[in-house]
Write a protein of this length. Sequence first.
Length: 222
Amino acid sequence: MADQCHFLEIHYSLRGRTLPADHGYALYSAIKKQLQQSGGSDLPSDIPSDLHLSSIAGVPNGEGMIYLNRASRFRLRCPINQVRTWYRFFQNQVLDIQGHLIRLVQPRITLPEPSRTLAARLVTFKLEAIDHQDVPRYFLESCQKSLTYLGIQGRAFIPSDPDGNLARRTIQVKGKKVVGYSVVVENLNAEDSLKLQWHGLGGRQHFGCGWFYPVKEELDAA
């Protein structure tokens, strides 16, 4: 596993119009299919554990779709020694995401930025056996245990959505709805901030879950 200080981000602009709002698993599946079809000797046949993928932001239409705009990006994180491989693989790649075609263009490589506060749109843990009203408490306990395991000093909380309710989120994986929450982690030093951006929290990270970013990015995202 790459050291958390030795990874970079690659951002791609997009050519396309729409995506399903819940597209994390479909995006993963489309990338996996392209890898399997590429047959490149320097490429794996499956998405490796140290390639971290983000879901794509857009403008929701309220009917399960998002419109892509100039701020929409496909983002990934990978160890520095893999940047060349993934930069070339994804450049101009056309992905079919449940019938929605997007082309990845104009890649740029960026350094991850440490921030005292990080946010993730969706974090999931396996909590199926817990009574519904207790889920937020056990969920936050799982977050804190994971932070402790990673040696990260920080405080996790579930933010509220625009209606004032806890920011509960779902993702469809193989036809099954998985429930989680948005998460914010405060009071991070620079080293722990980079560590959290690399390792994330919870499961299903290949589907965009557990992807943490500096909260200032929320001002730029649609």
